[in-house]
Design a protein. Structure first.
Length: 461
């Protein structure tokens, strides 16, 4: 019984306390018990406009605006829906968050959130506590530019691997919205994720999307600097460089294994190599004597600076060596010989060596004197011309004196003279006329013989 009494008292107290403060009971009990508005607030409060949604970058200040008219003595409050927490009531801040502030600007009630973070995003409710409570919602979207997860870079900013092994690079980033990860080569070349062993790949892609970049297997053509780029539409985008070094033993390629030089001129022998780490290069002559190495790229200058070099002054004046890096792992190694002589003829050896192995190849140099060859060719040509003229003249003489069998019976003895080097034009013409007359007389003679035989037969018959 006592419990029922206590419950009744509490409910009665609760009902009394919850009565609105903006209306009163009539003094006359005979009057209609209808609530009446407070004389100081004759109009009902209303929202002037909706709360605009905001999108704020982390670290900036957000201002949520609630516009109300005819508020009077009614209560207005802000509430965060995601955390289910009351933030303010009228001009009083209820939240323990020091970044929350409230400000009134005429009809606008401003909820200010300094230095917003991701936990501040969500719906915010502006509520008017009146006879008929009213509320509005506004959404605060907090965006965050990309940030790299440093733990994802297990290989650091540089990684070194052996050729034909497998390699996977990882790059992760956070942000709101979630960032997109893109891999690109820093030099703008295509990315080759797989290729035949040691061969130049045929196809590639400009970029790879995803947190991982895999090479199965990796080759020398994958060597270089790669950029991991994270972006989510919230500036700024960020990037991280990762350099890949691929190690392999030297390989030498010779453009031409045989070279011909002109006596007195200069000639350059070229040796192209691929190696990583870059190999030490050297040139040797046919006797195995060191001409120079990559440590002495210019023998003339080296001889002046270092008297202890193993290359003597005579050799340094004869040879010049130049090393040109054409790609990450490609070297063009040149040996220039000046003022060629016959003694320079021979085989020259290009040698390359690094920690993984060595390679060598040779070029044969032949020195010729082309000026003598040209003089000999001119004199030979003149002799050939004289011989050909003599043969032609003798052929003309022989042809002028050779007779056809059909001409032997009708041609008269020659009466013209033929010089030893010129054929007579008149003789040729006479021969042609005799040939023509012979061809006419032969049928006449045969006809006369036939007629004579017939007459003899008739007479002596």
């Amino acid at each position: 019984m006592i419990q029922k009494i206590i419950v009744f008292i509490v409910m009665t107290f609760f009902l009394v306390e919850c009565q609105p403060s903006n209306y009163y009971l009539p003094s006359n009990p005979n009057q209609n018990h209808q609530p009446a508005y407070h004389s100081l607030n004759p109009e009902r409060p209303e929202f002037i406009k909706s709360i605009p949604n905001l999108s704020i970058v982390t670290g900036k200040d957000a201002v949520m605006r609630c516009s109300v008219k005819n508020l009077g003595n009614n209560i207005i409050s802000w509430h965060h829906l995601e955390t289910n927490s009351d933030l303010t009531i009228n001009k009083q801040v209820l939240s323990s968050n020091p970044r929350i502030k409230i400000k009134q600007d005429k009809n606008d009630w401003l909820l200010i959130i300094n230095n917003v973070s991701l936990e501040d995003r969500g719906f915010y409710i502006c509520r008017i506590n009146w006879l008929e409570p009213k509320s509005q919602l506004g959404y605060l979207n907090v965006v965050e530019p990309p940030r790299f997860d440093e733990s994802s870079f297990t290989s650091g900013s540089e990684t070194t691997v052996r050729e034909n092994s497998n390699l996977t690079l990882t790059c992760r980033a956070s942000g709101n919205p979630s960032p997109t990860i893109e891999w690109r080569r820093e030099d703008g070349r295509p990315i080759y994720q797989s290729s035949p062993k040691g061969l130049y790949p045929e196809t590639g892609v400009p970029s790879v999307i995803g947190e991982e970049l895999s090479f199965t297997p990796i080759t020398r053509w994958n060597m270089g600097s790669y950029l991991c780029i994270a972006s989510n539409g919230v500036p700024p985008s960020i990037s991280r460089r990762v350099i890949i070094y691929v190690q392999f033993a030297p390989v030498i390629r010779i453009p031409s294994v045989s070279v011909t030089g002109t006596k007195g001129a200069n000639v350059t022998l070229q040796c192209s190599s691929e190696s990583s780490p870059i190999a030490d290069h050297s040139w040797l002559d046919q006797t195995g004597k060191l001409i120079g190495s990559s440590g002495l790229p210019n023998l003339k200058a080296a001889n002046k600076q270092n008297n202890k070099t193993s290359v003597d002054a005579k050799t340094s004046l004869k040879y010049t060596i130049q090393l040109i890096k054409t790609y990450h792992f490609k070297i063009t190694y040149q040996l220039t010989l000046t003022d060629l002589d016959y003694g320079d003829t021979g085989r020259y050896i290009c040698h390359a060596k690094n920690i993984l192995g060595f390679a060598k190849s040779s070029i044969f140099l032949q020195v010729k004197d082309y000026s003598k060859a040209i003089d000999n060719s001119i004199s030979t040509k003149d002799d050939n011309n004289l011989d050909s003229d003599s043969e032609a003249n003798s052929a003309e003489i022989d042809n002028s004196t050779v007779l056809q069998p059909s001409e032997l019976t009708t041609i008269a003895p020659k009466t013209s003279w033929i010089s030893s080097d010129v054929t007579s034009t008149s003789e040729v013409n006479s021969n042609e006329s005799i040939k023509d007359s012979g061809s006419i007389l032969l049928p006449i003679k045969s006809t006369l013989i036939t007629l004579t035989i017939l007459l003899n037969n008739l007479l002596f018959k």
